[in-house]
Ligand binder design. Structure first.
Ligand code: GTP
Ligand code: MG
Length: 200
């Protein structure tokens, strides 16, 4: 597995290994919400207010209640045990921040692509990005209240996903639900690498 940092060989204080996972997806799909639900520390957020200046650039149809947007990244942390931490990086959702993606994706173990069925096409660029770079990913279908529920197979077809890419229904606000999405990613990465699938 790729680790952000390891100093197991050094004689200094033992630092935990850190896995980096990206939380991606379209504008307003719930990335910041998911990082906040999972992080054990107060998440670093880079939210800015959506104003009328963005009309014509920011398409908020379907997410009219949204008042802020991520302009750089979200960051959160989960400690698995004293030797292992997971760093979560939420991507910005809007096209004008694409220039940040390569930096954010560097060294990532894999990614969660959050999909909002009200605006499914918004997650296509994220899926293309990870497919083109061979970065393993899973799709989390964020079940917003009031959004029409589609069968998981219908969403899979619409996304034209490879059959082995896991898809999980989730509620980005719920820690337990969000954890299951991360677990499916770790299992998927292990399967792809032919490593033993960790027991959840
Ligand atoms: N009902 C419901 N609301 C949600 C859910 N996930 C997120 N929200 C709300 O949807 C809004 C958008 O969520 P964000 O987490 O900011 O979305 P984002 O993907 O980070 O958005 P950008 O960074 O602007 O692309 C917020 O008001 C959340 O409270 C969900 O699962 N259910
Ligand atoms: Mg955000």
């Amino acid at each position: 597995m790729d680790y952000v940092r390891s100093d197991r060989g050094s004689s200094g204080p033992r630092l935990p290994l850190a896995l980096k996972i990206l939380i991606a997806g379209g504008f307003g799909a719930g990335k910041t919400t998911l990082v906040s639900a999972l992080s054990e520390v107060r998440p670093l957020q880079t939210e800015e207010v959506l104003t009328s200046v963005g009309i014509g650039t920011d398409d908020i149809s379907g997410v009219e209640a949204k008042t802020t947007t991520t302009v750089a990244m979200d960051f959160g942390r989960i400690t698995i045990n004293e030797d292992l931490q997971v760093y979560l990086f939420g991507t910005p959702g809007q096209d004008r921040f694409w220039f940040l993606w390569d930096e954010l994706a560097f060294g990532a173990l894999g990614a969660v692509v959050l999909a909002d069925t009200r605006r499914l096409a918004d997650c296509f660029p994220s899926i293309d990005y990870f497919e083109q770079r061979g970065i393993p990913f899973v799709v989390g279908v964020n079940c917003f209240d009031g959004s029409r529920r589609f069968g998981i197979e219908a969403v899979r077809q619409a996304l034209d996903l490879d059959p082995e890419v896991p898809m999980v229904l989730c509620d980005a606000r719920d820690r337990q639900s969000a954890k299951l999405v991360l677990i499916s990613l770790v299992e998927h990465v292990a399967r792809q690498r032919g490593e033993p699938v960790p027991v959840a």
